[in-house]
Design a protein around this ligand. Structure first.
Ligand code: FES
Length: 148
């Protein structure tokens, strides 16, 4: 069964309002994904049900047998920095990521964000919560490959 079908079936069972059914859905999604949940599937569920993915993440933290895939790092890139356009395209191409998803290798999650209030020093990125200025390919390679 594909995810959209699964979401429809669970909507008939009371998701997203029935929390027990929501947990049952997350368990099934986790099984389908091979034992862990990814940001990508959470975002798909959140957008299907018109809810925030952060609510699902908070629920996952409270249910011991639900687990997020180990995306070790979190990369955010300012979507408003004009100078970052080419860098974002390069990153998405090179690492096979789209905003809201994880890299193909699973090493980091990726999301574009609104202005990080660091425009003069753009392109701006955030890596595990720390803002970096004047980001370029070599900085991203160093961070992603653990050589920074
Ligand atoms: S536009 Fe990118 S930090 Fe402001």
């Amino acid at each position: 069964m594909d995810l959209q079908k699964l979401f429809e079936v669970y909507r008939e069972q009371g998701v997203p309002h029935d929390q027990q059914m929501l947990i049952a859905l997350l368990r099934e999604m986790q099984d389908m994904a091979g034992g862990t949940l990814t940001e990508d599937v959470l975002f798909q569920a959140a957008s299907f049900y018109g809810m925030k993915a952060t609510l699902l993440q908070a629920l996952i933290k409270r249910v011991p047998d639900l687990r997020m895939a180990n995306a070790a790092h979190r990369l955010e890139m300012c979507a408003s920095c004009k100078a970052g356009y080419g860098l974002r395209a390069w990153l998405e191409d090179t690492y096979g990521v789209k905003s809201g998803g994880s890299s193909e290798s699973g090493g980091f999650t990726y999301r574009t964000t609104p202005c990080m209030k660091n425009c003069k020093n753009g392109p701006s990125i955030r890596w595990d919560g720390d803002v970096y200025s004047h980001a370029d390919r070599s900085l991203l390679i160093k961070l992603i490959e653990g050589k920074a």
